[in-house]
Ligand binder design. Structure first.
Ligand SMILES: Nc1nc2c(ncn2[C@@H]2O[C@H](COP(=O)(O)OP(=O)(O)OP(=O)(O)O)[C@@H](O)[C@H]2O)c(=O)[nH]1
Length: 825
């Protein structure tokens, strides 16, 4: 025998001498367990290594220490159990439950289920639990099944084996060897497996729902997801079944059914069983969804949509940035020569580079001057600019403001100035048509100076260039000046990162599917890159440059046409490259759901009613206002009065003030700047009010200047009173007029939208978007019959009380006044 070995008999003797009453067979059994082997039954002599002997000494000593404490705790448990069982026999069944609960409360440190499991097990079975034996009676640390039975049969009442892991004493924490815990768990699983009750339960379920069991068998593997299911197999499953799914708020019932891979009718049936009756396109109730998914064996994890939509905006280190070309938009009044100027620039440059000229392919193009590029966006000013900006996209670096030298500053010139200023984009002025004899550039400079556009030679900030688009005069100089402006701005981007850009325009091409022109703003886009843009996603299949040439990559400030979108994206959407198509799809889906929720919540940009609460929350630091009025005098009066309002926390800023009706451009500007619109004696155009509704822009209409000013003041102070808000019922266009002696003028109208109702509060006559009269309906007829109302698409005859000056083309706007409490605080 080696020094490093010890016999089992010797170890048993040693332990016995130290007061632990065990036999050699106990040591052998314990050793067998440790080594994971089996010795012949009755083996007493085995050699142990010193380490093994130490381990066994430790085990038996620990067991001895643990013994009395465990006994106390378990004895208590068994006592209660016995008592409970005894009472049960006597018929007092409820007491058993109460006793059980008490016990569960007492043994807080143990998972309640474990305690319950124990209590649920018939006493006889408890008595057989071998794990108990191992700790309670260290002389028998390992018990084999057959022996166990015999030995336990010999046990007498009162000497019941304690139940190990379960009930620790209240004051003393019981130490149980880890390996015992393992055994207990294994045994529990085993017991569960053979429990006859479970088998019965399964049988019962099969009987109740035989159809579903059959239906659930032929689940397909995930990789077969997109394979078409053979009609013959008539699979009821719409998608492969997954064990767990992520569910987002806003998921429709239909999508939910697809997610859990069940037939929509089955899912709805389940919902109905819960007393919830949704329609397929309705967002699913999360609680009900969890229950229903569970009944199909699918676990649900509820995730917030934004969790999926995490596209990290990389913080660029200045070392990675290099100069990029400027992106320029041309704006100006109608007929001042925007298109001609763009053409002139393109022709000049195209003929220079490629003989024969190339037709422009996409809504943006790049020109090159002395090796430096400039990107022009060729979309009408407002759309390229305000519409994109309203979506939070800033694409334009420089605005070229075209003003005809023979005409001067006009309403759209001012609008363009206001738009550029609101977006903080520098303006380069192109005084066009200088070839005309009546051209007067000096006058233009004077006029523009009034709007804060001052030439450098006068000490201002703006570069002015005199050009003729028609005669191609000054074009090169204009481009040089644009490059100079760009240099001052130090426009930079990192080309070595995943591409990011903005959708400039998008369409569905018959042959090529959805295509979009994207302005790449940073990074480099390559064929094969996966991307997401708004709710569209995809993989770059082809890249086409502004001349129609296929290219392999596009860097910063490059406009490029992309093929490979899943659907047509929206202009203004941010285009971002992501790791793979799957991630792109997930993000797009998450956004779609979020969008749906947002639509449901109808998020308003800013209303006067909400202003005060937003000021209090610190969300508003500046109140932007767009003023539109019938005459210059009132517009100016409102502007100066509003600008005169002082408030400790909020600055009132008039971002645009002009004469005329409220148009789409005004709404876009307000939406982009989170401003409100004040209309004085003017009305919004139909398209503009629809857009305002969609964008959540607050349009306030007044016919008393004082009211407008008071409302803004009160809103700033949180004192806005419950307002009488008018609601437009409908609009009719005057198509004919009839003079009836004694009665007056009858307007033969066509209802263009909503309804014209006799029961309304008023009707106003609008000519060129300006209110010329407001009154009440005197009579409403259809084919000589008096009617209560006339719906959209119908003709009717309207007479207005005390008003006969109706003309063909007038719009009659019918409204009611609703009392709406101001929503403050
Ligand atoms: N004489 C002269 N005429 C010009 C010049 N530039 C443009 N025009 C003329 O002015 C008219 C309007 O030019 P467009 O380029 O269509 O003007 P625009 O600003 O694009 O007009 P919209 O697209 O309607 O907003 C056309 O008849 C042009 O021929 C110029 O430099 N000199």
């Amino acid at each position: 025998m080696l020094d490093k070995e010890i016999k089992s008999t010797e170890l048993a003797k040693e332990l016995k001498e130290s007061g632990i009453n065990i036999k050699a067979t106990d040591v052998v059994r314990e050793l067998a367990r440790m080594r994971g082997v089996e010795f012949k039954k009755g083996t007493t002599l085995v050699k142990l290594t010193i380490e093994e002997a130490d381990r066994i000494r430790q085990i038996f000593r620990q067991a001895k220490v643990a013994q009395p404490k465990i006994k106390t705790a378990t004895a208590k448990a068994v006592e209660i159990k016995k008592k409970a069982e005894g009472k049960k026999v006597e018929g007092v069944q409820r007491t058993e439950e109460r006793e059980k609960e008490k016990l569960v409360e007492k043994v807080e440190r143990i998972p309640p289920q474990k305690v319950r499991d124990f209590l649920e097990t018939p006493l006889k079975e408890v008595e057989k639990v071998e794990k108990v034996e191992k700790v309670e009676r260290p002389k028998e640390p390992v018990i084999k099944k057959e022996e166990e039975k015999k030995e336990f049969e010999e046990e007498k009442e009162g000497e019941l084996p304690p139940i190990i892991p379960i009930i620790p004493d209240e004051e003393v924490e019981t130490k149980i060897p880890v390996r015992f815990k393992k055994e207990i768990d294994v045994e529990k699983v085993e017991k569960f497996k053979v429990k006859p009750g479970m088998q019965k339960a399964f049988q019962a379920i099969k009987k109740i729902e035989p159809k579903k069991w059959i239906e659930q068998k032929p689940f397909k593997k995930a990789k077969d997801k997109f394979k078409k299911v053979e009609p013959a197999s008539a699979l009821p499953i719409t998608a492969p079944r997954r064990k767990s799914i992520k569910l987002e708020e806003g998921t429709t019932v239909k999508e939910f059914a697809e997610l859990i891979g069940q037939k929509i009718s089955d899912v709805i049936k389940k919902f109905m069983e819960l007393g919830y009756m949704p329609t397929i396109n309705q967002p699913v109730d999360m609680d009900a969804a969890v229950l229903v998914a569970d009944s199909f064996g699918v676990k649900v994890e509820i995730v917030a949509p934004e969790q999926l939509d995490v596209i990290e905006e990389l913080v660029e280190e200045s070392a990675n940035l290099i100069h990029r070309p400027p992106v320029v938009t041309i704006m100006g009044h109608v007929d001042h020569g925007k298109t001609s100027l763009l053409d002139a620039i393109r022709q000049t440059k195209v003929t220079e580079t490629e003989a024969g000229g190339i037709t422009q392919h996409i809504g943006a193009y790049k020109v090159s001057l002395q090796g430096k590029d400039i990107t022009f966006l060729d979309t009408p000013g407002h759309e390229a600019f305000t519409a994109l900006r309203a979506r939070g996209a800033k694409v334009t670096d420089i605005v070229v403001l075209v003003v005809a030298a023979d005409d001067g500053v006009m309403p759209q010139t001012i609008e363009a100035i206001d738009h550029s200023k609101a977006a903080n984009v520098p303006i380069v002025v192109a005084i066009n048509k200088i070839d005309k004899p009546e051209a007067n550039p000096a006058r233009i400079k004077n006029e523009l100076a009034e709007y804060g556009i001052v030439p450098e030679e006068w000490g201002g900030q703006n570069i002015f260039v005199e050009v003729s688009a028609k005669k191609k005069i000054g074009i090169e100089q204009l481009l040089e000046m644009i490059l100079l402006q760009a240099e001052i701005m130090e426009l930079k981007a990192n080309p070595n990162r995943p591409a990011r850009g903005t959708i400039i325009e998008a369409k569905l091409d018959r042959g090529r599917g959805p295509v979009a022109t994207v302005l790449i703003q940073s990074g480099t886009l390559r064929i094969g890159d996966a991307f997401v843009a708004g709710t569209a996603s995809g993989k770059v299949r082809a890249l086409i440059d502004d001349t129609g040439k296929k290219i392999n990559e596009a860097g910063p400030s490059t406009p490029v046409e992309i093929i490979g979108f899943s659907e047509v994206p929206t202009a203004g959407d941010v285009f971002t490259c992501v790791e793979d198509e799957k991630k792109a799809r997930q993000i797009a889906l998450a956004r779609l759901q979020k969008q749906r929720l947002a639509e449901a919540a109808r998020h308003k940009k800013l209303t006067l009613d909400e202003l005060y609460s937003k000021i209090k929350e610190g969300q508003i630091k500046e109140l932007g206002i767009v003023i539109k009025g019938d005459v210059q005098g009132s517009v100016e009066a409102i502007r100066s009065a509003l600008e005169g309002i002082t408030h400790p926390e909020v600055k009132v800023r008039v971002i645009h003030a002009a004469v005329g009706g409220i148009n789409e451009s005004d709404v876009m500007l307000a939406a982009a700047s989170n401003a409100i619109i004040i209309g004085f004696n003017v009305r919004p155009e139909l398209k503009a009010s629809n857009l305002a509704e969609k964008e959540g822009v607050d349009i306030r209409l007044y016919n008393i200047i004082y009211d407008a000013i008071e409302d803004v003041k009160k809103a700033l102070e949180g004192m806005l009173e419950p307002t009488l808000k008018e609601k437009i019922l409908g609009r009719a266009e005057v198509r004919q007029t009839f003079q009836v002696s004694r009665l007056g003028t009858i307007a033969g109208c066509y209802v263009i939208d909503g309804v014209i109702s006799r029961a309304s509060d008023g009707i106003r006559v609008i000519r060129d978007n300006i209110v010329i009269y407001e009154g009440r309906i005197a009579s409403l007829k259809r084919f000589k019959e008096d009617v209560k109302e006339a719906q959209t698409g119908y003709e009717c005859g309207i007479m207005i009380e005390n008003f006969n000056d109706i003309k063909v083309g007038d719009i009659l706007e019918n409204y009611i006044i609703e009392k709406i409490a101001a929503k403050l605080n």
